[in-house]
Each structure stands twice: as structure tokens, then as C-alpha cells.
Design a protein around this ligand. Structure first.
Ligand SMILES: [Zn+2]
Length: 97
């Protein structure tokens, strides 16, 4: 597990799932804004994280293309689309139970 933020070295106290990249929430948002999230790749990227990153970037700049967003996330467009589809399918499944 990650013990400290890879960027600002803040201690990881809450095991927040944002730490999937080894970054605290503050640094993760900053790197998303700067377009440098790919510098902190996660080995276990969850589709929910991808969907959240996608939504953040989309809100920040609605004119951004999906390919640009995928590039910002350090993913191929195909991989990002697969993750988004997977996430939506899971949400539907969760809503039906
Ligand atoms: Zn940090």
C-alpha cells in the first residue's frame, strides 16, 4: 500500500480510493488540471476511477474531445471507452438490485 502521497508526501491516513495513483485527493485534482496525471499511473485502475477522472476533465473543459481526455488520463481511447462502458454496466446492475 501507499504510505505517503508521491507528490506532496502527505501521509495516507484514510486509505481513500483516490490513492490508487499514489496521490492524495488534492494532488490528484491538481495533476488532472495540469494534464499530468499520466505521470502517476495506477496499476490497478478501476473503471470507477476512470469514469470519475473522465467526468472531472469533461466538466473542466466541455470542448475537450474524448481522445484528448483519454490522452490526459494516459490511456488509449479504446481502453477509456471500455472502462466507461464497464462502469455504466456496473451502475445499471447496482441500480437493479
Ligand atoms: Zn499530495
Amino acid at each position: 500500500m501507499v504510505d505517503a502521497c508521491l507528490c506532496c508526501t502527505a501521509p495516507n491516513s484514510n486509505q481513500d480510493r483516490r490513492w490508487a495513483r499514489g496521490l492524495c485527493g488534492t494532488c490528484r485534482n491538481r495533476h488532472a488540471a495540469l494534464g499530468t496525471l499520466h505521470l502517476y499511473p495506477t496499476k490497478l485502475r478501476r473503471s470507477a476511477d476512470t469514469a470519475e477522472d473522465y467526468a472531472i476533465l469533461r466538466r473542466r473543459d466541455p470542448s475537450m474531445s474524448r481522445a484528448e481526455i483519454a490522452a490526459r488520463l494516459g490511456m488509449t481511447l479504446v481502453a477509456m471507452d471500455r472502462a466507461l462502458v464497464r462502469h455504466r454496466a456496473r451502475q445499471r446492475t447496482a441500480a437493479n438490485h
